[in-house]
Ligand binder design. Structure first.
Ligand SMILES: [Zn+2]
Length: 436
């Protein structure tokens, strides 16, 4: 009953729900505001300028959107052009689409809630005003909303000062039982890049339930999940008690795991064994401002990473070369990868550029190591820390293992495609306009 109440409040008044961080709710509220604005738009009139290949649609707020006829014909929504159950296009664009198509007739129907276009072959396309509005071309440069990457609308960067002691937290049981808490957790992963789940039963395998709530896990050369405890002849530094500098996992894969989940089952009671986290998007933006040359080098030169060893699927040897700072076509940071222990040796650039690269690499390395950019959290048994592996770096203090005290974590990976899919489905369920 308590959950139900909280959920209803959340849906009506996003600013006053359970104690989550403010950035998250301002995003949610902005989405509500945008939705209520765009819902009211109907078509006032349509116009085909002489010789134009566009249809000008004037909305009832007097703004105008321009739709190329070639686009409208290609996207006819009828059951002949779009398969009804799969919602996939059956129209044969490559063989049938005429680049210079002009309509025979265009009509505004149902007080502007719909337009109808009759094409020269008598085929009729109906478009709702809502569909037209959400499918219109952009007259300006790309906005964050349209970014199909990990830095989409709603992402908020942080340093130590902003997030220390304030990692968004949820109860494991709530995530398992309540769909709205599931949405909130995944949305925090999207916006803040890190979230904690508390009071998870202290036994291996519990994260399987959690991952099943989202979809399915990502398997890697370390297995279906991975066990972090000290091992003899470790095939990964994670399986020792040594200090681990903040890093992202598996940059030596083309398809890097999207999100990591680390379930703390046993923790050392003595000093050490705490985790440090750094927002790679934040330090990269700082670097862009303070040292544009270093930023340019790290975002345009590929650094090779590699891993070799033997694990449950047998012997492995993976390698991939990538930009530490990955940018999209508009120079937005979309991925951050750094893992010094698995960095390969050959850089395959000139000796001069090698020296410049080292300088840039040390600069970003010092920013990552700067306590001002880090948050520290020593996990308690029963906590699961979850974070965006293409953004948030994680490190670990060294610790001492003895007979009385052990440290045992179990780790899982989920891919962003699976998480964003669940977020969209949940947003639809709760009528939240999450359009990314
Ligand atoms: Zn059609």
């Amino acid at each position: 009953m308590i959950f139900r109440l909280a959920r209803n409040i959340s849906r009506c008044r996003p600013m006053v729900t359970k104690g989550l961080n403010r950035a998250y709710f301002s995003v949610l509220k902005a989405n509500y505001d945008n939705a209520s604005r765009s819902k009211k738009l109907n078509v006032q009139n349509v116009q085909q300028a002489g010789g134009s290949r566009m249809l000008n649609v004037t909305w009832n707020n007097d703004t105008v959107s321009r739709f190329p006829f070639v686009f409208l014909r290609d996207n006819c929504q009828c059951s002949e052009c779009f398969h009804e159950s799969s919602l996939q296009r059956t129209y044969d664009t490559f063989n049938k689409l005429d680049m210079y198509i002009q309509p025979q007739r265009v009509e505004v129907l149902q007080n502007g809630e719909q337009i109808s276009i009759t094409w020269p072959d008598k085929h009729v396309s109906l478009f709702s005003s809502q569909w037209l509005h959400s499918s219109q071309a952009t007259e300006q440069a790309n906005t964050t909303k349209e970014r199909s990457s990990l830095q989409r609308e709603g992402v908020r960067v942080w340093n130590g000062n902003k997030l220390q002691g304030k990692i968004p937290s949820y109860s494991f049981q709530d995530v398992i039982e309540d769909d709205f808490t599931l949405y909130e957790w995944l949305h925090s992963l999207h916006s803040v890049g890190i979230a904690l789940l508390k009071n998870t039963p202290r036994q291996p395998g519990e994260c399987n339930q959690l991952c099943a709530r989202v979809g399915y896990t990502k398997t890697t050369n370390f297995g279906y999940c991975f066990e972090v405890h000290t091992k003899l002849n470790a095939n990964n530094l994670a399986y020792t008690s040594l200090f681990l500098p903040p890093h992202t996992d598996m940059p030596y894969h083309d398809y890097v795991p999207g999100v990591q989940l680390l379930h703390c089952i046993e923790q050392v009671l003595s000093e050490g064994g705490g985790n440090q986290f750094v927002d790679g998007f934040y330090v990269a933006e700082e670097l862009r401002e303070k040292d544009p040359e270093a930023f340019k080098l790290l975002s345009t030169t590929r650094i090779p990473f590699t891993a070799k060893g033997i694990d449950i699927f047998g012997e492995f040897h993976t390698k991939f070369a990538r930009h530490i700072i990955e940018l999209d076509e508009n120079e937005n940071i979309v991925r951050f990868s750094c893992n010094n222990p698995t960095r390969d040796s050959g850089l395959h650039v000139s000796p001069e550029k090698t020296i410049q690269l080292y300088e840039a690499y040390l600069t970003i390395g010092k920013m990552i190591a700067d306590p001002a950019n880090q948050i520290e959290h020593k996990m308690l048994p029963g906590e699961v820390v979850t974070f965006n592996n293409s953004r948030v770096l994680h490190g670990r203090s060294s610790f001492i293992v003895n007979k009385q005290t052990k440290r045992y974590l179990q780790g899982f990976y989920l891919d962003w495609d699976v998480i964003y899919s669940r977020l969209r489905v949940l947003a639809k369920q709760f009528n939240i306009p999450f359009r990314i």
